[in-house]
Design a binder for this molecule. Structure first.
Ligand SMILES: Cc1cc2nc3c(=O)[nH]c(=O)nc-3n(C[C@H](O)[C@H](O)[C@H](O)COP(=O)(O)OP(=O)(O)OC[C@H]3O[C@@H](n4cnc5c(N)ncnc54)[C@H](O)[C@@H]3O)c2cc1C
Length: 302
């Protein structure tokens, strides 16, 4: 059947033949939860030009799609998807200019933190252990240990839904706790991060200290999407979940981590429905016992 996606793929082959195209790719291979059914196509453009072309054409032809970073904050349902996953994996350039890093959306945060260390620049130590990309990190305003991406962003280049490429300063990114304007739309292409000169030894020591703290507190030996729920005002989701006696609660292969109640982990064969049902049980019990309604931090694609 020659439908809209087939035509788009034929045109893509003509315009940008080097673009990676995988039909029916299971998203379980691209999420840190190791959960997610096949998308119609996974597209991996190798240049900004090709990426912008894909966004414009997907939007123009009204084909459903989502942007895939490192899949470390995604819970994707198991069935077949009508959607296209547009990956930023190949937008992975890093350029240094004075105290700034100018980076593609697909650069993973650990690489960025190491690049900053290599240049003797401080400000990105907190991001070293967050397993996401720059684009996903900005979209989520990812943060840890007192820092967040919004603190270091100077400007962001992105494609609007109407296909326009725009550059916006930090003040127009609407950064808030685990939130930014990009959650309402717009595909991030690259960003400029403004850092400060620092002592490489101190930067390295901080990165190692924070990584050690993660290893100690987080269930890194199981697949997960990090913190399942956002921090409620004035409290911690993990504290409330623990207080309600939910550590270790299990549905199928999904479990509220015994090590860190804020994480739901995949014990090996968890399905989307297992995780979803467990999340619902946690929300209900915490609300009943504490009056606090937890909100998911993970982005759910059904
Ligand atoms: C073990 C573990 C620890 C974690 N620790 C932390 C932590 O300390 N702090 C924290 O904040 N998070 C943490 N996370 C969650 C996750 O790593 C972050 O939210 C991260 O920023 C997601 O980036 P990503 O590239 O994986 O995005 P994805 O999961 O691929 O996508 C997340 C959302 O961003 C969108 N998106 C991705 N790229 C773009 C783009 N270029 N343009 C527009 N939209 C885009 C996606 O469509 C999706 O809606 C952790 C996760 C794990 C598994």
């Amino acid at each position: 059947m020659n439908d809209g996606l087939d035509r788009l793929l034929a045109d893509l082959r003509g315009e940008y033949p080097e673009t990676g195209v995988t039909l029916g790719e299971p998203m379980s291979r691209h999420t840190t939860f190791k959960i997610g059914g096949p998308v119609r196509a996974l597209l991996e453009p190798k240049s900004i030009g090709a990426f912008v072309w894909c966004v414009r054409e997907l939007e123009g032809r009204e084909l459903p799609y989502f942007i895939l970073g490192n899949g470390s904050n995604l819970l994707i349902s198991d069935g077949g998807h009508k959607e296209v996953a547009l990956s930023t994996a190949r937008l992975d350039t890093v350029r240094v200019s004075g105290d700034s890093l100018i980076c593609g959306a697909g650069v993973v945060l650990s690489r960025l933190a190491n690049a900053a260390l290599g240049e003797g620049l401080t400000g990105l130590e907190f991001a070293h252990g967050i397993p996401g990309t720059l684009g996903g990190g900005i979209t989520m305003n990812a943060g840890a240990y007192g820092g967040e991406l919004g603190d270091v962003v100077e400007s962001v280049t992105f494609v609007e839904r109407d296909g326009q490429v725009r550059v916006v300063p930090k003040s127009e990114c609407a950064f808030a706790y685990r939130s930014s304007r990009f959650q309402k739309g717009g595909a991030i292409l690259s960003a400029t991060l403004r850092l400060r000169p620092g002592d490489p030894k101190a930067i390295k020591a901080k990165m190692e200290e924070l990584m050690e703290a993660r290893r100690e507190k987080q269930p890194l030996n199981y697949p997960s999407a990090g913190s399942t729920f956002k921090r409620p005002e004035g409290d911690y989701a993990s504290r409330l979940i623990d207080q309600c006696g939910l550590k270790g609660l299990q549905v199928g292969g999904a479990q509220v981590s015994e090590k860190h109640a804020g994480f739901i982990v995949n014990l090996g064969n968890a399905t989307f429905s297992d995780v979803y049902a467990l999340m619902a049980m946690v929300v209900t019990k915490v609300y009943k016992e504490t009056g606090v309604r937890l909100e998911p931090e993970v982005k759910i694609i059904v």
